[in-house]
Design a binder for this molecule. Structure first.
Ligand code: XUL
Ligand code: MN
Length: 345
């Protein structure tokens, strides 16, 4: 077991301060200016920012001249430096552009697949300017609404080809897959961290391909986030997490970490701590739609507070006691020990 960390670094993305727009209704809060969002980070106790490519560089520039992209990214880097923040990762947004309507890397259109790879290379350029080596791939539209729509074997090969193209383009970047079983697609390719993990070993440089696990995504797949995290930690490939919570198998809710299931949150923190997790603690959480503008960042500070509180609980667990319960096969006793801890005893 790796030594416990003394401190964790906290991150979130600008999309985590949102207007409340959902598929059924418009904005209920005004969009906060990007610079104003960045000013919130330190106040809320956060250290770093997660970017989509077009969060860092205006969407109008993203398909244009690479020199203009670099210039815009340089400006963003200065703003980050001014706020004392670092960039954790850059993720190419391959799910909103008309050329990604049928997926990016797995689109049936040759020219659209080419667009997805070119755009991913630009995301790497942006990451280099922002001073991070981590590229996150959420494979949002890499899947189908009906199984016959794409060749499922060719699609997996195309994802590997895209990852290899990125690894070749820059010999220092790392690629982290953030898998999700559904939404926006009915059926996603590589729906779980385990699926992605298997694929990492078939890329040209497995040591540079790892995993970001989001709690809600594991829950949506009917899996326990801490088991997914433990599995990937064992492989030395858990390089980031998106912690949040989720009420059952519904749409991706991005609720405050620990707000639905305290025991699941405890297990998550216990595994991260005992497994020597070394990445940032990302909190991919959303405010409730009914939240008033003045409260629109509370879900972020609350999630961070929940993590830190759970860390205290996890650190107060007596490992020898746990071993004694295990040795006696007294799982009822162990369960009560954990429940008492969660109730503050
Ligand atoms: C989607 C999701 C994204 C990624 C970044 O469910 O979690 O916010 O984290 O692209
Ligand atoms: Mn996420």
């Amino acid at each position: 077991m790796a030594a416990a960390k003394t401190s964790y670094k906290f991150t979130f993305g600008p999309w985590n301060i949102s207007t409340g727009r959902d598929p059924f209704g418009p904005e209920v809060r005004k969009e906060l200016a990007f610079a104003a969002k960045l000013r919130e980070y330190k106040k809320l106790g956060f250290d770093g920012v997660q970017f989509h490519d077009d969060d860092a560089v205006s969407p109008d520039l993203i398909d244009g001249d690479p020199a203009a992209i670099e210039k815009a990214a340089t400006k963003m880097k200065k703003i980050l430096d001014g706020e004392g923040l670092f960039c954790e990762f850059v993720a190419p947004r391959l799910w909103e552009h008309p050329k990604t309507i049928d997926g990016g890397y797995t689109s049936n259109s040759v020219s659209d697949r080419k667009y997805a790879i070119e755009r991913s290379k630009r995301a790497i350029d942006i990451a280099n300017v922002l001073g991070t080596k981590d590229i996150v791939l959420w494979l949002a539209r890499e899947g189908t609404y009906i199984r016959e729509a794409k060749d499922p074997m060719a699609s997996i090969g195309r994802i590997v080809d895209a990852v290899n193209a990125m690894l070749d383009y820059d010999k220092t970047i790392r690629i982290l897959g953030e898998m999700k079983p559904n939404e926006p697609m009915d059926q996603a390719y590589l729906p779980t961290p385990g699926h992605w993990l298997g694929l990492t070993y078939r890329t040209n440089e497995p040591s540079r391909v790892g995993v970001l696990i989001e709690s809600a995504h594991s829950i949506l797949a009917g899996l326990d986030p801490s088991d997914d995290m433990a599995y990937v930690l064992w492989h030395g490939k858990l390089w980031s997490v998106h912690l949040n919570d989720q009420n059952g198998l519904k749409y991706d809710q991005d609720k405050v970490f620990g707000s639905v299931d305290l025991r699941r949150a405890f297990n998550t923190v216990w595994v991260l701590e005992r497994g020597g997790f070394n990445g940032c603690v990302g909190l991919d959480v959303k405010a409730m739609r009914s939240t008033k503008p003045g409260d629109q960042t509370k879900h972020l500070s609350n999630s961070r507070q929940m993590f830190l509180r759970m860390l205290e609980v996890a650190r107060s667990v007596d490992a020898e006691k746990v071993e004694a319960f295990r040795a006696e096969r007294d799982y009822e006793g162990l369960e009560m020990y954990v429940l008492q801890k969660l109730m503050g005893k």
